[in-house]
Design a protein around this ligand. Sequence first.
Ligand SMILES: [Zn+2]
Ligand SMILES: [Zn+2]
Length: 182
Amino acid sequence: MLTDIKPYLMYYNVAQLLKEPIGSTRAHNLDEFFVIDENIKVGANGSVVLVKTHSGVWCRVNVVCNMEAYCSRCLDDVLYSINIDLDEEYLPTVDITNGKTVYNQEYTDSSFNIDDKHGLDLTEVLRQYVIAYQVMKPLCRLECQGLCSYCGADLNMRLCSCYNELRLSGPYDNSASKLNNN
Ligand SMILES: [Zn+2]
Ligand SMILES: [Zn+2]
């Protein structure tokens, strides 16, 4: 089980780094838990390297995300992991030297902004990666039979009686009725 869920720990204050020369570096180990929604818990483990650039901070993330989710067919627990490699430049929204708001038309994607407290938050971008992966619908196993849509029985465990009844009465077995009509 993934426990000790604490959001927003993948947040780095880069105020000092922004004042340093181009090429200055910070390396962090990342070992945190976060929650996508109540159904998906993620444990992220890896490294974060932050490098001062001309206009912001280059962020190189290398993490394995271990996830606990539900099978999209039978709702059983599923544990799986994905690798995330991120190479992105985060740009400041506030000038570190004078505190003024920076306007730049490159700021189209707000998830790559350094916030007004000079914080660089990886939570959102990792969340997006995980959600993109979720679209592929996790399965407990490839051949999972799922739940009966009528009585909710787990068809991996047994075939419920409605399965047989519906099969005989038609709706489940369109292919047979089509053959008969021909
Ligand atoms: Zn399943
Ligand atoms: Zn059933």
